[in-house]
Design a protein around this ligand. Structure first.
Ligand SMILES: C[S@@+](CC[C@H](N)C(=O)[O-])C[C@H]1O[C@@H](n2cnc3c(N)ncnc32)[C@H](O)[C@@H]1O
Length: 334
């Protein structure tokens, strides 16, 4: 059946298609043969159903916050096109829900999904695996175009029964309701944690929910690496791993401070004649589901700027909060 027939088809056909897509996305394995076709069909289905398009200016507008950029509805929608990113996040979330249900099978698992984009692309394949009595979502999105598109498509697909709450809000300042929450998932990041507010969103959640909750991703690591070309990389240093322990440390050391305090990581740097210093990013989504190497756009290399010194020195790297988040460095005093 071709794509137009599916999008204009009856609800039963659309949901049957979505269920088949979800099974293929959640299947075990790495880049198996059913993955790319399933993700392509998923993307076509969701763009078709929501009408999110590059031809409408309000679908193209980013929102600038004081802690990074919330990307436009179209760009957030494009994230659905990345097969391995979609596979690892959906499968990680699916396995986390299964783990929680094993612990307490008689109440629904409650997932907070911060930064849904127009399709809640990481949630729909997971919804298709459970009854709404087993799984409930709180959905948060700052962009009104994405929020409205998602609200409508969930209703049209009769998936709104999985939604406990849907808020048009800033997930950086959102106050957690007095309810049990099992899992927080957010993919509001760019490679090298540049520009987007992932870390601030996670810090807001961890500061209110503590360590009893599963956070997805479990760990986001940024490294200083020398890119020698032809796929040859030399890892110089792990600059930071953002995980529950790190978030809790940042929260503890930021008490009585206006904003979050991030530690600097000292690196003894020996310049290399060849090779380009870059920031690399590796992500543990949930247990075995990881994003590393060239898996997806979140693993792209970011050149270190300004250029590193020509002589051996100690460099202090820090994650910088603010309108343009990301890593910065300075040379340590001798
Ligand atoms: C990179 S897109 C990912 C979309 C979707 N979660 C996915 O993975 O396909 C990030 C989304 O988070 C939203 N977002 C960014 N900052 C936010 C904030 N502070 N509060 C709520 N939503 C935010 C953006 O508007 C965008 O829709």
């Amino acid at each position: 059946m071709n794509f137009d027939t599916i999008v204009t088809g009856d609800l039963y056909t659309i949901k049957k298609t979505l269920a088949a897509i979800s099974t293929d996305i959640l299947a075990e394995g790495d880049f198996h043969e059913r993955l790319a076709p399933a993700v392509k069909q998923y993307s076509e289905l969701m763009f078709g159903l929501t009408g999110i398009t590059e031809n409408q200016s309000e679908h193209l507008q980013d929102i600038i916050t004081s802690h990074g950029r919330a990307i436009a509805a179209v760009k957030a929608g494009f994230c659905i096109k990345e097969p391995i990113r979609v596979q690892r996040f959906c499968r990680g979330l699916y396995k986390a829900v299964v783990d929680r249900l094993k612990q307490e099978p008689n109440r629904p698992v409650h997932v907070v999904y911060a930064g849904t984009g127009p399709f809640a692309a990481l949630a729909l394949p997971v919804m298709m695996q459970f009854k709404s009595s087993q799984l409930q979502f709180t959905l948060l999105e700052i962009n009104e175009v994405s929020y409205n598109a998602l609200r409508k498509v969930l209703k049209d697909l009769e998936l709104d029964t999985y939604v406990k709450r849907f808020e048009l809000c800033d997930a950086i300042t959102w106050r957690v309701p007095d309810e049990r929450i099992d899992i927080v998932i957010s993919e509001t990041m760019n490679y090298a944690l540049m520009k987007e507010p992932q870390i601030n969103i996670m810090l807001n959640m961890v500061s209110q929910l503590g360590d009893k909750v599963i956070y997805i991703p479990q760990d986001i690591g940024v490294q200083l690496t020398i890119d020698n070309g032809r796929d040859s990389l030399t890892r110089v240093a792990d600059l930071y791993n953002f995980n529950i322990e790190a978030y809790q440390k940042i929260i503890a050391q930021s008490v009585n401070h206006n904003g979050w305090l991030f530690d600097a990581t000292a690196v003894d740097y020996q310049p290399e004649a060849k090779g380009r210093p870059v920031y690399t990013t590796s992500i543990i989504v949930y247990n075995e589901d990881k994003l590393t190497g060239h898996d997806c756009s979140l693993n792209l290399h970011q050149p270190v700027r300004p250029a590193l010194p020509d002589e051996a020195c100690t460099l202090l790297f820090t994650y910088q909060d603010g309108e343009r988040p990301g890593f910065v460095y300075q040379t340590a005093d001798k």
